[in-house]
Ligand binder design. Structure first.
Ligand code: MG
Length: 221
């Protein structure tokens, strides 16, 4: 059997963050570039924050090497620090707290993140809902631009943090988008799809090993 590694996406998987992050993202890009932002439909789904900034610069015909990326990133993080703790339109996915509490008591299960959020904003979001302490390690938006690579970075960092080599069949990715599920399968990992804030049929089409609406359904995993 061996020790298991459970890797969790954040947005749509552990919490629904509400409208603050995308609004702050748009305002940060506009303030730095002076160009109004209209996000293409679905750009946030399973994407890294690094990808989103680079893609918006590309769509605005702005050179990526001009310092825009770093300035947008810093402004976004600063404003999330100021604004997200006060946001009231988000919620925790039902059953998450009980589930994390449960698995964190199992010495055979190690827990980490695999999220497109920048490291700082990931913990700003988790802190807001009292979840930060469950996640000592993870792959973040700074670690990779694409999800397939992000998952590998998350596993590498977790292996080093826990001083453990996890075999693919002992790794499970929890996510809420097709990209999360497809990146898990690409590497031979297990997947759990959470459809609470997504379309259940669309997620089913990605063929996750387990498809749930909330974490109360996962009592025995
Ligand atoms: Mg997500």
């Amino acid at each position: 059997m061996g020790p298991k590694l459970y890797l969790f996406d954040i947005d749509g998987t552990l919490i629904h963050a509400g409208k603050t992050p995308s609004r702050v993202f748009a305002e940060s890009i506009e303030m730095v570039t002076g160009i109004p932002v209209v996000f293409p439909k679905g750009i946030f789904l399973g994407r890294t924050d690094t990808f989103i900034i680079r893609e918006m610069l590309r769509l605005s015909d702005l050179p990526p090497a001009d310092g825009y990326y770093e300035r947008i990133r810093e402004l976004f993080i600063q404003r999330m620090k100021d604004e997200f703790p006060r946001s009231t339109d988000g919620f925790i996915i039902p059953g998450v707290l009980d589930y994390l509490e449960n698995i964190s008591r199992n010495p055979q299960i190690k827990i980490g993140l695999v999220t497109g959020n920048f490291h700082t904003t990931a913990y700003i979001k988790l802190d807001r809902y009292g979840l930060a302490s469950y996640f000592p390690t993870g792959g973040f938006g700074e670690d990779a631009e694409e999800r397939n690579e992000l998952v590998i970075q998350a596993v590498k960092k977790a292996s080093s943090h826990f001083q453990t080599n996890f075999t693919p069949e002992n790794i499970t990715v929890f996510g809420d988008t097709r990209r999360d599920i497809e990146s898990a399968r690409y590497h031979g990992f297990n997947s759990v799809a959470i459809s609470r804030v997504r379309d259940k049929h669309e997620l089913a089409a990605a063929q996750p090993d387990i498809l749930i609406d909330n974490f109360f359904e996962l009592k025995d995993l």
